[in-house]
Write a protein that binds this ligand. Structure first.
Ligand code: GCO
Length: 452
């Protein structure tokens, strides 16, 4: 089995994690700028003030992609760089940076994939309530409209929101991501509904303003994987677990954030638990939330093993055994997640599917030969891609794969302690060193995955 001839091979980054220039050329603070300044929030007490200095070094980074045959690049826009007040006046210097970046990508034959929102909300909007404010869909639509008008002549692929589960689950419930809130479930549901309305509004704006636009949406998950693939009960149990939305909160659910956007309904089990908290008129809102999508995407790094416990649809999660392979940040290596996740998602949503993020953190460093040898990353990606290809072979409409990430970068609350990049970044000198995995990935792209 091969990947499609037009398979989309790419790499992904995010504005706050690589750009730096946190207060340059008119950019206002994001919630992550403010969160990093709070004591004890970031593991190594770092911040995104400089990050990979991509704001100034983008040409070098684009050239690295071009030299390795990478033809698709997923990046996000910093909302407070474009609209320092959240809405209203456009910061021309901020818009000019993205013009330069997009033009540079196109000059190198690289297709830009623009993520509208990857967590760096303008702090001034959070001060007005952020996702809890019912005006957020209007603010989000206005921001998206600026991106469409300014860049839609050259950018045709947009992703509305990256990982709604982390935006709200980590930022508004667990309180370990910016802005560090721990809201009650009613407010969680309000925020999630506003986020879904924002997604829908953004889709409509992009359809109206960008000719030939293609729109994606990128939730995340740790897919449920049947312990025994040959046991239909385990497969059914895994499918049920993957789309479950009940329990204490739906903010880490796949279906709570995806069913409304793709199917135009909230999941029944979630409604049974949380429907009481939905705002007046929520059913009507679903018409605005559910907009045509060209791609359903998901960020997948690991999976959880599920076993049926009886014939009545009950199941349990089976922990990985002691010593199971794990990445540098402790995530279990589970290649089958890239078979079962895409397969279950294709069966439920019937949309062309793209892995918007997959990759691993390794304990990388530059060795005396001046190189960075990362055989674990190569083997991880090889194994995961073979499973993704198996899913395609079994009928799922798999369209593409974006490796996370092009560069080592700011890993949110873990600061710079994790290195996910295909390119090593020495943060003291900003020197880039391509890792062995970058040349390997270039070869995979050249052969369209035939040589895995
Ligand atoms: C996410 C984010 C990325 C992370 C990456 C590694 O999926 O959490 O989209 O910004 O850096 O996934 O955790």
């Amino acid at each position: 089995m091969s990947f499609r001839n037009d398979f989309i091979w790419g790499t992904a980054t995010a504005s706050f994690q690589i750009e730096g220039a946190w207060d340059e050329d008119g950019k206002s603070p994001s919630i992550w700028d403010e969160y990093c300044a709070l004591p004890g929030k970031i593991l190594d007490r770092s911040d995104g003030k400089t990050a990979c200095d991509h704001y100034h070094r983008y040409e070098e980074d684009v050239a690295l992609m071009a030299q390795h045959g990478i033809r698709n690049y997923r990046f996000s826009v910093s909302w407070p760089r474009i609209l320092p007040e959240g809405t209203g006046k456009v910061n021309e210097a901020g818009a000019a940076f993205y013009d330069r970046l997009i033009n540079c990508l196109l000059e190198h034959g690289i297709r830009p994939w623009m993520t509208v929102f990857h967590w760096d909300l303008p702090a001034c909007l959070e001060k007005k309530g952020g996702w809890l404010n019912d005006q957020m869909p209007d603010w989000f639509a206005e921001y998206t409209g600026v991106l469409a008008e300014r860049f839609g002549d050259r950018v045709k692929d947009f992703i509305t929101i990256n990982e709604p589960q982390c935006v709200l689950g980590m930022g508004y419930m667990a309180g370990i991501f910016a802005p560090g809130l721990k809201l009650e479930v009613k407010d969680q549901i309000t925020a999630a509904h506003n986020l879904l309305k924002s997604h829908g509004r953004a889709c409509r704006v992009l359809r109206e303003k960008v000719k030939d636009v293609r729109i994606g949406y990128a939730p995340c998950a740790a897919p449920a994987v049947p312990l025994d693939e040959a046991n239909p009960a385990d497969v059914e149990a895994a499918r049920k677990a993957y789309f479950a939305a009940g329990g204490d909160s739906p903010l880490f659910s796949v279906s709570w954030f995806s069913d409304p956007a793709v199917l135009g309904t909230y999941p029944e089990d979630g409604l049974a638990c949380f429907g009481q908290y939905l705002p007046e008129g929520w059913k009507e809102d679903l018409k605005e939330i559910c907009q045509p999508l060209d791609f359903y995407m998901q960020n997948i790094y690991e999976g959880k093993q599920i076993r049926a416990t009886d014939g009545a649809g009950n199941y349990e999660t089976v922990p990985y055994p002691a010593g199971h392979p794990r990445t540098a940040c402790g995530w279990p290596v589970t290649p089958r997640a890239l078979y079962w996740g895409p397969r279950f998602l294709w069966e439920r949503y019937r949309l062309p599917f793209i892995i918007s993020e997959n990759g691993m953190s390794c304990h990388d460093w530059v060795t005396p030969d001046g190189k960075v040898h990362d055989p674990n990353r190569i083997d991880y990606v090889r194994q995961y891609l073979k499973e993704l290809r198996r899913a395609a072979g079994d009928g799922a409409d798999i369209r593409g794969y974006f490796y996370w990430s092009l560069l080592d970068n700011f890993e949110w609350a873990r600061g710079y302690t994790e290195r996910f990049g295909l390119v090593y970044v020495d943060y003291a000198t900003q020197k880039r060193t391509p890792k062995d995995s970058l040349a390997w990935y270039a070869d995979v792209i050249r052969n369209n995955g035939e040589n895995l």
